[in-house]
Design a protein around this ligand. Structure first.
Ligand code: C2E
Ligand code: MG
Ligand code: MG
Length: 614
């Protein structure tokens, strides 16, 4: 107990006493250690420290403070404490400490060195504060904060995902829209611009042309005989051809030229700044050149040609429709001139188109008005010199035009499918006529009748039935009927063609290949077709005695035909000289003006009655 103090010393003692009391009473845990003893032991702890740690002073004094750390020695804050002790300086740290009962408490420690008047380190004073509650509150706050942050993060992620989804949908939608627009303006098969897009471009081009010097040209292309490919080889092959053609056309175009598939087998090209029709014609030539090489279809080379119509405009009042119609008319002109060529529109073509329309409508009425006639041209056996057959050749007795030749109307009738009823009529009429002649010239070997079939009829599914019906209804012996087909029919080489030919043969009817030598038929695959006659075209007979090549060719055909058990007929024999050569070559039959022109039935009958011999 301090006594009542007086003087200087008394005041100092009093102060010290008060300080001790204050320290002992402080709510902070206060400890003092002695760094001059080994392991810096505690030499003083106050009451608050005892309460804070659960240790009694006796248990603490003489021990190092690390007692409170348990096994938790890796705290970074401890490094700072060690450094401060080493460097004899202040430090303030937050430590994880453990009470005697093992529970954790957070200890906010302020450590200060104490030096004596000589500057020698004598003690360390540690002031401690149990901040566990604060720390827990902080941690709770931190957890709440983390939780919130997490929620925000999740929400942001969800938003980002939703946004990405939206972006994807927008992109998909845009792609779909692009696809739809593309589809609306492009041909699905070839991917080329379609009619709509072409007309749109043409409209703009005409507008531009009005403000400039040059003209606009439209090339209108229609593949030649595409329908034959489609009908005989099927639509799949047809599509293949269109694709291949489109590709070649596209490759032959320049950047500023617009190519479109207008529909079916029709393609169009738009040219701008055209100075003259020859500019456009050059493009047409480029197109013809692009198609020149054969296309390989079903393993075989086939040629695809196109007829091109060209029309120019842009300096007048033309609308897109006018230009297209004119190009279309010119295209028909190109077809009429023999296909595989181009034609430039001229004003007079309108009239010709009208004429063609008239022809078509007259032709449609001709059947019911019974305007068709058959003329007959004899076929002579070169062995006996006698007429053995009559070829039926159709004519049209037009009320205003007079006699129209088949060359003029058969192609038109084929195009509008009128050849089917006409062919049916020809077949029946020819059979009926043959029957009449049989009845009239009994006792002679039965005269045969030859009927020409168009490729169209061949593609018609009911041909065999029609032939059968004509024979049945007229009572003609099938052996007295020869059917003539052109090379193009055989050329198609479709399984269906072969089947039809065989069925016809099965009826007992004979088959002839007409105009032989004009197409591309190779002799080698003739063998595969059950034909009885080869009718060698007039163009080859014409050259007999003049062009040695024709003779060689004819001899070869005769030799080969005979080897295949086929007979050879020479068409268009006009002179005695030709006849003699044909006999020398060994040809079997002949037809031509030298014997007789095609004659109306009465005249033909009269000729038969004469029973001429050559
Ligand atoms: P085609 O079957 O080759 O008939 C021969 C053509 O040559 C006939 O012409 C005939 O008059 C002609 N001709 C015959 N001998 C001579 C001659 O010595 N000199 C010359 N310069 N010509 C001769 P046409 O009657 O005008 O028939 C032409 C083509 O029309 C026929 O050629 C045939 O392919 C076709 N045709 C005729 N009638 C029919 C038919 O009923 N149906 C079908 N689908 N086509 C037919
Ligand atoms: Mg013929
Ligand atoms: Mg012929």
């Amino acid at each position: 107990m301090p006594k009542k103090a007086n003087g200087e010393r008394g005041r100092a003692e009093q102060e010290l006493y008060l300080r001790d009391r204050a320290i002992a009473a402080s709510s902070n845990g206060i400890v003092i250690s002695d760094p001059n003893q080994p392991d810096n032991p505690l030499i003083y702890v106050n009451r608050s420290f005892e309460l804070m740690t659960g240790y009694s002073a006796e248990e603490l004094l003489g021990h190092n403070c690390r007692l409170l750390q348990g096994s938790d020695r890796d705290q970074p804050a401890l490094d700072e404490v060690r450094a401060a002790i080493r460097e004899e300086r202040d430090c303030e740290v937050l430590l994880r400490n453990y009470r005697k009962d093992g529970t954790l408490f957070w200890n906010e420690l302020r450590l200060s060195p104490v030096h004596d008047e000589r500057g020698q380190l004598v003690n360390f004073v540690g002031v401690q504060n149990d901040v566990t509650e604060r720390k827990q509150a902080e941690e709770e706050l931190q957890r709440a904060h983390d939780e919130l942050e997490d929620r925000v993060r999740q929400r942001t992620a969800r938003l980002a995902e939703a946004n990405a989804q939206l972006q994807r949908e927008i992109a998909e939608r845009r792609e779909l829209e692009e696809q739809l627009t593309h589809q609306a303006f492009h041909d699905p098969l070839t991917g080329l611009p379609n009619r709509t897009l072409f007309l749109d471009h043409l409209d703009l081009a005409l507008e531009r042309a009005g403000r400039r010097e040059g003209e606009v040209a439209v090339l209108f292309m229609d593949l030649d005989d595409f329908k034959v490919i489609n009908d005989s080889l099927g639509h799949e092959v047809g599509d293949q051809v269109l694709l291949a053609v489109a590709e070649r056309l596209e490759n032959s175009m320049l950047a500023e030229e617009t190519l479109a598939r207008f529909g079916g087998d029709e393609f169009t090209v738009l040219l701008e700044d055209v100075a003259s029709p020859s500019d456009a014609a050059r493009v047409a030539e480029r197109i013809e050149e692009a198609l020149r090489a054969p296309f390989v279809l079903r393993g075989r080379d086939r040629f695809v040609t196109t007829s091109v119509g060209i029309a120019l405009g842009g300096q007048g009042e033309e609308r897109p429709g006018d230009l297209l119609r004119n190009a279309d008319l010119a295209m028909y002109q190109a077809k009429a001139k023999g296909k595989n060529r181009h034609a430039v529109f001229e004003p007079g073509m309108d009239d010709r188109a009208l004429e063609r329309l008239e022809l078509e409508s007259d032709l449609r009425r001709a059947l019911e008005r019974e305007e068709f006639r058959l003329h007959y041209q004899p076929k002579v056996s070169l062995g006996s010199g006698e007429i053995v057959a009559m070829e039926a050749l159709v004519r049209w007795e037009h009320p205003a035009r007079g006699l129209v030749s088949p060359a003029q109307f058969v192609p038109v009738a084929e195009e509008i499918d009128l050849i089917l009823p006409i062919g049916r009529w020809v077949l029946k009429e020819a059979c009926r006529q043959a029957r009449r002649w049989h009845d009239r010239f009994q006792g002679r070997p039965p005269l045969k009748v030859c009927v020409n079939l168009s490729a169209k009829q061949f593609q018609h599914y009911a041909l065999v039935e029609e032939v059968e019906a004509a024979l049945r209804e007229t009572g003609l012996d099938p052996a007295s009927l020869d059917l003539e087909i052109t090379e193009s029919v055989v050329m198609e080489d479709a399984p269906a063609t072969l089947a039809t030919l065989q069925e016809i043969k099965g009826l007992g009817v004979n088959l002839a290949i007409d105009d032989f030598g004009t197409g591309y038929s190779s002799l080698s695959y003739l063998r595969r077709f059950p034909v009885d006659f080869l009718k060698v075209d007039r163009s080859i007979i014409e050259g007999l005695g003049e062009d040695p090549k024709n003779e060689v060719l004819l001899s070869a055909v005769v030799t080969l035909a005979h080897a295949l058990d086929e007979r050879v007929i020479a068409e268009g024999v006009e002179t005695e000289g030709q006849l003699a050569r044909l006999r020398e070559i060994g040809c079997d039959f002949a037809q031509g003006y030298h014997f007789a022109k095609p004659l109306p039935s009465e005249a033909a009958g009269a000729l038969l009655a004469e029973h001429p011999r050559w």
